[in-house]
Design a protein around this ligand. Structure first.
Ligand SMILES: *[C@@H]1O[C@H](CO)[C@@H](O)[C@H](O)[C@H]1NC(C)=O
Ligand SMILES: *[C@@H]1O[C@H](CO)[C@@H](O)[C@H](O)[C@H]1NC(C)=O
Ligand SMILES: *[C@@H]1O[C@H](CO)[C@@H](O)[C@H](O)[C@H]1NC(C)=O
Length: 427
């Protein structure tokens, strides 16, 4: 294990990550804590430490002011030419990952191991190593194979037998497409109705400003409550991941330039990333054909999109509408949204009223994921302890130093009032 450390210390660059032959629990821990403690705020002097997103909760993030066209340009030619997915290639609900597979940043078949995924999202989108590692580890646990020598997952449907990355899972991993309520959830920014029903708000807003998306976000949330009797908004897929559909495009698909050093997302780029062609009112969506636009300049790696940066974005909307931070759902009829009592759920350790303060949201989400995951994956692995190890390491590294209260047992049976929860569990 120790022998890996110098490699990580040397540079947290994409190339170095792919040098990991395998990323086990210990590799995850080192990668995450190094990213957190030093690697991802390297441009800051001591006096500017307050600007580091890891340390500056509840502050607007520092706006990027520099632009380096050579370092920020994302290649879409040569090895990274766009190639349409063929039959047997997996493409799924995440446009960003689909585009990476079409461009060769991920294997074209859509099945990838953790280091490859972390490296690809960092190289092409400037996603923080901490966030990329956590999401990839989570995906491999729930939708892939977390116990093989090369943990990873399919970005689409179940991988065919020759693509399965290893042994140790019971049955065939579902892939990201089969992860409703674990990863992907109701009240999405783009799925279900955006293109089908012709609601093109995200395209119209073409937001260089994340804040401009709030009315759209709230409309979608209200719409789910008003139309879906089984709407369920769980802790991780809801409170944590569903905002990603709104935050990730302006944060990681925006084009950077000298004129817009913190990025600008125009309609043409957004349509390319989301595989949409045509005109407003007559959009054409070709699932799986997501594409990085040519001449795309991503955010600088000195200002990656980290977990703390993402949590700030989640909080920005949660403060405007606290329901967005509350686990809950409809109870079998439309317009019956009931928020769950966070204090009852967590034995009083957390309290809904203070979730937006300090580090509470981050502590709450991650600790709840850790507490609930073993039960959720019990049917997937022969040895759940072994399967949980990388996720547990990622979480404990991310929470180190945040002063989180210690969560004990969780009253998960409280979810049973939500049919959307029990239906997804298949009970
Ligand atoms: C959504 O519903 C909330 C609560 O009923 C309401 O305050 C808000 O104005 C609604 N927002 C939109 C955009 O419809
Ligand atoms: C990004 O911005 C640069 C500079 O304005 C421009 O040349 C390039 O075409 C833009 N790329 C995209 C994908 O919009
Ligand atoms: C399960 O995995 C843990 C951690 O890797 C190991 O210590 C334990 O011996 C394993 N249990 C079995 C039954 O193989």
């Amino acid at each position: 294990m120790i022998s890996k450390l110098p490699v990580v210390l040397f540079a947290l660059s994409a190339i170095q990550i792919t040098a990991f032959p395998r990323l086990d629990a210990y590799g995850v821990k080192e990668l995450t804590s190094l990213a957190k403690n030093s690697g991802e705020c390297p441009h800051l002097s001591k006096k500017d430490k307050a600007e580091c997103p890891h340390l500056a909760k509840n502050k607007e993030l520092k706006r990027q002011t520099t632009f380096d066209p050579t370092a920020q340009r994302v290649s879409t030619s040569g090895d990274y030419d766009w190639v349409a997915p063929g039959s047997g290639d997996q493409r799924g609900p995440c446009p960003g990952l689909n585009a990476l597979a079409n461009h060769g940043y991920l294997p074209h078949n859509g099945v990838a191991d953790i280091p490859t995924i972390v490296s690809a999202v960092n190289t092409a989108y400037g996603m923080g190593i901490d966030l990329g590692t956590f999401l990839a580890v989570y995906g491999s646990l729930f939708d892939g194979d977390a116990v093989s020598l090369d943990p990873g997952y399919s970005i689409g449907g179940p991988a065919t037998s020759e693509d399965i990355l290893g042994l140790g899972v019971l049955g065939t991993p579902s892939g990201l497409s089969g992860s409703h309520n674990n990863y992907e959830a109701d009240t999405s920014a783009t799925r279900g109705d955006l293109y089908v029903v012709g609601n093109d708000y995200l395209l119209q807003a073409a937001p260089e400003q994340y804040a401009a998306l709030f009315p759209f976000r709230q409309t979608q949330f209200n719409n789910s409550i008003a139309t879906n009797p089984y709407f369920f908004y769980p802790q991780f897929a809801g409170v944590f991941v569903s905002p990603a559909g709104y935050a990730f495009p302006p944060r990681m698909m925006a084009n950077h330039s000298a004129e817009y050093p913190s990025g600008y997302l125009d309609k043409a780029s957004l349509m390319s990333f989301f595989a949409v062609t045509g005109e407003s009112g007559a959009f054409n969506y070709t699932p799986g054909w997501e594409r990085i636009p040519d001449n795309f300049y991503r955010r600088p790696l000195s200002d990656p999109y980290t977990i703390p940066a993402f949590i700030l974005d989640v909080l920005a909307f949660g403060i405007l509408d606290p329901r967005l931070l509350s686990i809950g759902g409809n109870t079998g009829t439309t317009d019956s949204f009931t928020g769950l009592d966070v204090s009852d759920l967590t034995g009083g350790v957390f309290d809904g009223a203070t979730l937006a303060q300090g580090n509470n949201l981050e502590c709450f989400i991650f600790q709840l994921v850790q507490a609930e995951s073993p039960t959720m994956v019990a049917g997937l692995y022969g040895n759940v302890t072994a399967a949980m190890q990388p996720l547990a390491e990622s979480i404990s590294s991310n929470l180190a130093g945040l002063g989180c209260p210690q969560l004990g047992a969780v009253s998960s049976d409280m979810y049973d009032v939500y049919p959307g929860y029990t239906m997804a569990k298949g009970v």
